[in-house]
Every structure is written in structure tokens, then in C-alpha cells.
Write a protein that binds this ligand. Sequence first.
Ligand code: C2E
Ligand code: CA
Ligand code: CA
Ligand code: CA
Length: 278
Amino acid sequence: KREGGNRFEYYSPESSIAWTRDRLELEKELRTAILNDELQVFFQPIINARTHQITRMEALVRWPHPTRGFLSPSEFIPLAENVGLIEQLGELVLRMSCLSAYRLLQQGYPVNVAVNVNPRQLMNKNFLQTILKTLQDTQLPAGSLILEITESSIVNNIERVSIILKTLKQLNILIALDDFGTGYSSLTLLRELPIDILKIDKSFVRTLDQNQSDLTIVQAIIGLGNNMGLMVVAEGVETAEQNQILLQHQCYHQQGYYFSRPVPYNALVELIHTKNSS
Ligand code: C2E
Ligand code: CA
Ligand code: CA
Ligand code: CA
């Protein structure tokens, strides 16, 4: 034990204990936040870049922490994954997203909602059940829901995922492959799975206007998607130049700070009123 203690000292025990305490604290707080319905969902519009109308929106979770301010997903999703809270978190986000999309639909704005699905959620045996129940409870038509999945959830489970996605597709739910181009087996997945939407990762979009090879990659992804009859969405569009280059290369669906940051539901409704009514 003492030796262990000595070895630990090398890694600075105080900071390590402080870190552990901090993490335990955060875990407790996250549990409470989920229980008390304190997580919020922001929405970022996905634009038809030709008409500038908002056709879809992506749901992005936020945690208004009592002392640490607004926490972004990268600060608590990994924790939620590790401590078994991700399924609950995912269900909350799904429910809030479907409710919001249904409210928009009621107001005459059929804006589809895209919800991020964590690999663990997708692999959970109750996943399909949860989706069905949520659609039923919120009355959102299945065709208004998009599920965004990433390659990392799939590579080791392609057969199982394939069955799940085919079931979702039969229900009329749309599937988007998120962060496309960043993984190792994107093309295999495209061949094997019933994908409807490709989301070009923002790392390619960022330097589109400066880097010839990124432009070439983006062009190839757009061509691939269009030729396969998929919808292609570029994410992380920040500048007019990026917007224009993407349009020139037939990428008509775009998302990014150039159009709008992720915003609370009410702000999104305002945006939709101005953009979609004219
Ligand atoms: P993602 O699915 O790739 O989501 C896009 C991220 O890019 C969001 O970050 C969004 O705010 C950010 N973004 C949008 N436009 C721009 C832009 O023009 N420039 C730049 N630099 N960034 C932009 P966010 O909200 O921090 O989310 C990060 C990641 O956390 C997401 O990446 C997603 O993987 C995960 N995430 C977010 N919400 C949820 C959720 O409800 N459930 C799960 N399982 N994961 C979520
Ligand atoms: Ca996403
Ligand atoms: Ca993405
Ligand atoms: Ca990402």
C-alpha cells in the first residue's frame, strides 16, 4: 500500500484526488439535473441555402449548471456515458426535441428535427421501444424525425445496427450519418446501411476556401451523396465564402454560425417566422 502511495506521488496525489472529487461531484449534479429536468435543448437551423428557409433543425443539449455556467456537451456527455446516464439523457433530449418539432408543426412550420444518438443508446435493447413510445406520446409524425448516428457506433456492430436502422426506416424515420469523412469505413457503411442523409464534417468545411485538398474531398462527398440520391448537409458553415463555394458545388443544405448558432426554442421560432414566412 505504501509503495502504491509512493508511486502515486509521482502523479501528484492531491490533484488526482481533487480531480476525482470534482468528477464525483459533477456526476451527482448531472444525475440531479436529469432527474429535475434541468437540461435544455437548443436548436440550430439547417438551411436550404437556395431559399434561405429553415427546413430542419438539429437538437443540441445544454446544461445550465448552477455554478459553472452553461456547459456544452463535450463537458458532460463523456461523463454521462461513463456513469450510465447517457440513455436517460438521450431520452430526455429526444422527448424535448419531438415536442418542439410537434409544436412547430402545429403552428404550420413543418421543420424536421435531427437528434444525435449516442452509440450506447443505439445499442440499448430498448432503443426502438423508446423511439416508438416518444413518437406516440408527443404525436410527432415519424417522418419528421431524423436520427444522427456516427461511425463509431457502428463499426463493431454493423449487422445489429443494420437491422435497427432498417426497422427505423420502415417506420419512416430518417437516418443521417454524422461527421462523414472522419472515420475509417464510411464507404462500407454507405453500402451496407439505409442512410438518407450525409453530414459533411465541419473539419472539411472550415478550410474549404483555403485548402485545395479539402475542397476536393468535399466535392467528392457531395458528388457521392447526390449520385446515391442522398441529402447532403454541410455543417460548420461560418463564412459567406464557404456558403458560396458549397452552393457552387451543389450542396444546398447547410448549417453553421453563418446562418445561426444553436438557440433556445423561442428564438428559433422567431427565426423561422422571419425566414420562412416571406
Ligand atoms: P455534432 O453532432 O457534430 O454537432 C455539431 C456541433 O458543431 C455542435 O456543437 C454545434 O454547436 C457546433 N457548430 C455548429 N455550427 C458551427 C460552426 O459554424 N462552427 C463551429 N466551429 N461549430 C459549429 P455542440 O453543441 O457543442 O455539440 C458537440 C457534440 O456533442 C455534437 O457534435 C454531438 O456529437 C454531441 N451532442 C450534442 N448534443 C447531443 C445530444 O443531445 N445527445 C448526444 N448523444 N450527443 C450530443
Ligand atoms: Ca450531429
Ligand atoms: Ca457533426
Ligand atoms: Ca462532431
